[in-house]
Design a protein around this ligand. Sequence first.
Ligand code: ACM
Length: 533
Amino acid sequence: MKINLISGICISLLMLSCKQEAPLNYQVIPTPQSVAYKTGHLELPSEVKIAFPESVKKEVDVLQEILSSDFNCRTILDPQNTLADIQLELNTGKTEKEKNGYSIDVSSKGIKITSGTSTGIFYGIQTLRQIIRANEGKLTVQKGTISDYPAFEWRAFMLDEGRHFKGKEVVKQLLDEMARLKMNVFHWHLTEDQGWRIEIKKYPMLTEVGSYRDSTEINHFGSNEYDGKPHQGFYTQDDIKEIVTYAADRHIMVVPEIEMPGHASAAIAAYPWLGTTGKKIKVPCKFGVQYDIYNVADPKVVNFLTDVIDEVITLFPSPVFHIGGDEVRYDQWNESPMVQSYMKKNDLATPAELQVYFTNTVSNILASKNKRMMGWNEITGAKLHEYQSEKDTKEGNEKLAAGTIVHFWKGDSSLIVSTLKKGYEVVNSFHEYTYLDYDYKSIPMEKAYNFNPIPAGLPTELQSKVLGTGCQMWGEFIPTTESMNYKVYPRIAAYAEVGWTEAGNKDYQKFKLALASFLTRWSSMGIKYGPTE
Ligand code: ACM
């Protein structure tokens, strides 16, 4: 009896000590690919020493800034100190897929972040930021190791400022959040029917006329109700440079999107000779797919586009250039004698073929400037819309140029498979899962989270040709930053994990736990986020 009592107490004490020893699980978004916990935690001193190779000095600046702003922690740079509290180390030997991966080891000796690249070191720092805990004036980190790498190389957030201009401060905040979430492509949709938002010095009317509209359709597509207020805004080339640098400091590439041959009304309003009818138009206030499109049969128009490309590429170091290419109504091309005779001369049977022919011309222009073209999946010539007839989209001889990146957003997933089989690489932004303008009924958090950019049943040998995914904040009905934030947050966190974490390592419940600290922080920043369920 006595023995039983003592052993019972011992077991309870043991259980208690086991309970205390249980690791404080890391709560990180996106979830790292693998984690192994060790017993106990590391306590950081009041002054943290950081060792690092000179080549990651920029990342060290980021780390210092984070430790100071998030944790009020003082740091000392001690580059060679092998006993420093935080050691950043560049190593080699990672596979291509893991090249921007990193590992973190937290032990009684300190914290070591290793990667083959400065980008990987930056990602390690973003993870560290999420696993440091502040408790009663102490900074602690659970001991353990993290081994992590991105599942996909393309993890994009797209902002449409053509419909509603937001401005630099809004963009910078989005870039800050992307960086925390290890998203690496800011896809900047800068030209639209309803607004041209980038200064082009050779064609000043693009912004003088094209960045302004008298009024804006409100509530929903086709409402025919307008707010009656002018809307306006554009980025100067200096603004663009500032944003591109800001993004690069956060290991984010900015990919400009300059729409052609459709979504061109604002440009045509500025220079009517760009349009297929040649008629003067106003920058539309109404949303939805417009009829005015570039006259691609006119060499002057192709010269104009080349000039625009020439200025745009001086501003964006990105190797990829997005030309839009979506939602082209062919009515004006069908009705234009000039376009019809151009099609005959070039043996183009359908307007879809003309679109592919034009797209290939642009692709060659871009290739001659060392840029790779990307466009929405209409550029393949497929029929995607009810306003396009079978006749107009019938497949002809014209083939999309090799090397083009096809941005899938609409149609059956068999189109992804056929595009991949033809040898093109694809970014999967299927609208039913990744469109941030859709409400939370259509795309609740869990649906966003469960998106897999690899379509079910895709043969293994084609899977690496799916470069990744993007989430798209289309701008028609987000007139204010507040209305935009409500749609972006918290779903952006789910999309970050879709892009980063291998499907087999995703866990929605774990994600939700880690989301809590993001929600708290967003609230403290005044971001009113949408439903979390
Ligand atoms: C698109 O949503 N029009 C690409």
